[in-house]
Design a protein around this ligand. Sequence first.
Ligand code: HEC
Ligand code: HEC
Ligand code: HEC
Length: 428
Amino acid sequence: MRKTLLVIVAVLVLGGLAVLSGAFRGNHIAVAAFEPLSAEEMAVLAPRGRELAFSGDCLGCHSPMQGPIAVGGVPFDTPFGTLYSPNITPDPTYGIGEYTRADFHRVLRDGIARGGHNLYPAMPFVFTQITTDDDIDAIYAYMMSLEPIAQDVPANTGVFAFPLRPFMNFWTLLNFPRRTAPEDPDRPEAWNRGAYLVEGLGHCGACHTPMNFMMGTDFARALEGAVIEGLEAPSLQATALAAHGFDVPGLTEFLASGIGPQGTTFGGMYTVTHFSTGSMQRDDLTAIATYLLTLPDGTLPEPSPPPAPLPEATDPALGVTAGEALYLSACASCHGDTGAGIPDVAPAMRGNATLALENPLNLLTVMLNGIPTEEFPRGKRMYAMPPFAHVLSDADIARLATWLRAQWGGIADPVQEAAVTEIPRTRN
Ligand code: HEC
Ligand code: HEC
Ligand code: HEC
């Protein structure tokens, strides 16, 4: 009995050590990638690599909002501490100047950096693994063509300051399924291209797919919507998008410009439109829209018109007429008396997808904390959305939100004051 126990413990310990040492780590680099690319090949590949780097939002996560691109230092706040993205300019000391072609493939395929250490999944290798060899080569060529910048990034804090990388081998064993790009020869080329981009470089699921308790992507619930960094990244399933009025041209334009009848992008989605989709080729954006909007039976859903005002919006017993009065005094100067918005000032409230989300999280967060001034592609700008946390009481915010949802969001469910009080205040 004791002996069996000892054997079991020994096997577990040895197994654990084997995992820790990386014995089960995958290596999915093409043999050809061990041959260096010639300078001519690199020069030819770089322009396409630039396009692909936009699709992969490489610059969004590796560039500060202001300053030179790819120098890293962008903070990723987690409940366990802050992780900073590394400098990926070709500087030999602070950047990836020493990276060979194979080293680079390993990052995107297996999540393993030069020197063999595991990367944390804030680098979306769980998605980029499906990228083709040719495309990884092109991105490599582009990154190596950037100006090297000798600039260090801040040190990680919290648990990320400890030597925990070997433990990521346990995480990857459980949370890093090998995937391939969805392919269907019976579907249009745009659908197949969109599938490759959404499920791979575009890593839309990094925010729009729920995570499990280990913070791994729950692929069984792909693109169902999730809360990330205090905001809901809504469902990207075809029926949900069509219910918010998106069709293929509309969604393409929303991704290209960050602005549409559904509103403007903000939070993490602003970063995506600013650094990634706003610079992508139109064909690729149409492909993404086509893939997302295609129903399982291969057809495209009809987009819904903006919801009609509900009877609740005019019910004095619910106190919502007070909500309307608040709207007219605090919001209408920018969003319009009839909610139609004002071009180059503020987006429409009528048809705005933020009002039509079942969960009031995004609506309340924006009302309380506002949105800092954003610059949209092609030089478009609007006013900043001011924070109202210190202007309106939580009870008034709840009344106003209830009215906005009934009037323009098609949602009768009232917003409770307690839901407002729970939202963290980030701007004073
Ligand atoms: C969602 C944010 C995000 C995106 C998008 C992203 N990265 Fe990263 N990347 C990170 C973070 C964070 C790390 C550091 C992870 C760590 O410390 O374990 C990282 C690490 C890396 C490294 C390892 C550098 C080193 O320290 O040796 C390389 C190379 C890299 N990324 C390249 C890319 C490329 C190329 C793309 C585009 C295809 C990309 N990244 C997209 C966040 C991102
Ligand atoms: C000074 C003008 C201004 C006022 C006043 C204002 N907003 Fe905004 N609001 C904006 C702008 C501009 C944006 C878009 C900001 C961006 O994304 O860059 C915005 C965005 C929003 C959004 C997010 C949806 C989207 O499409 O971006 C909501 C919800 C919203 N406002 C509600 C309100 C409510 C409710 C009030 C009144 C309490 C209000 N706003 C008052 C200018 C204003
Ligand atoms: C960094 C996290 C993040 C990533 C990555 C991301 N999104 Fe989002 N997305 C959000 C958040 C948060 C919102 C809600 C705020 C808003 O509407 O701008 C959102 C909203 C949206 C909306 C509006 C949906 C609706 O019905 O209102 C669309 C469409 C969208 N994202 C598409 C995409 C696509 C396509 C990709 C991949 C190319 C992507 N997103 C990648 C965070 C993200």
